[in-house]
Ligand binder design. Structure first.
Ligand code: ZN
Length: 123
């Protein structure tokens, strides 16, 4: 029983780390760093990630590092002023959607583990 409680706490803390990383990443901040914050400070790390900063890529409109010179999502040079072609935009959208599906799957996976753990823990 105690082991299950400890397991649930560990999963909850991992969930906080993942949530903080996802939020920080979406805002263009360092996801790995905020994952550590989430692991260390739990819900407070998630709260902290809400204040993470970044800027918006002019090509794919995703949140990226404030100091980035090349967008990590669409790989475009931010110093260049040429807008992307229709084909490039389509490829970018596919990549962004694929990334989001991956993140959602990860969150669902952790929530699933948490629910299964809670179900077994209550028995
Ligand atoms: Zn971009």
């Amino acid at each position: 029983m105690e082991l299950i409680v400890i397991g649930l706490i560990v999963v909850f803390w991992l969930l906080c780390g993942t949530a903080a990383a996802v939020i920080a990443n979406s805002k263009g901040a360092n996801g790995g760093l905020y994952f550590l914050f989430g692991i260390m400070f739990g819900p407070f790390g998630v709260l902290g990630s809400l204040f993470a900063s970044g800027k918006t890529c002019p090509f794919c409109h995703s949140r990226i590092y404030a100091k980035a010179t090349v967008c990590p999502r669409c790989y475009r040079d931010l110093a260049a002023s040429m807008p992307p072609s229709a084909e490039e935009l389509k490829a970018i959208r596919v990549r962004v959607i694929r990334d989001r599906i991956g993140i959602v799957c990860l969150i669902v996976f952790f929530i699933g583990i948490f629910i299964i753990g809670a179900m077994f823990g209550s028995q």
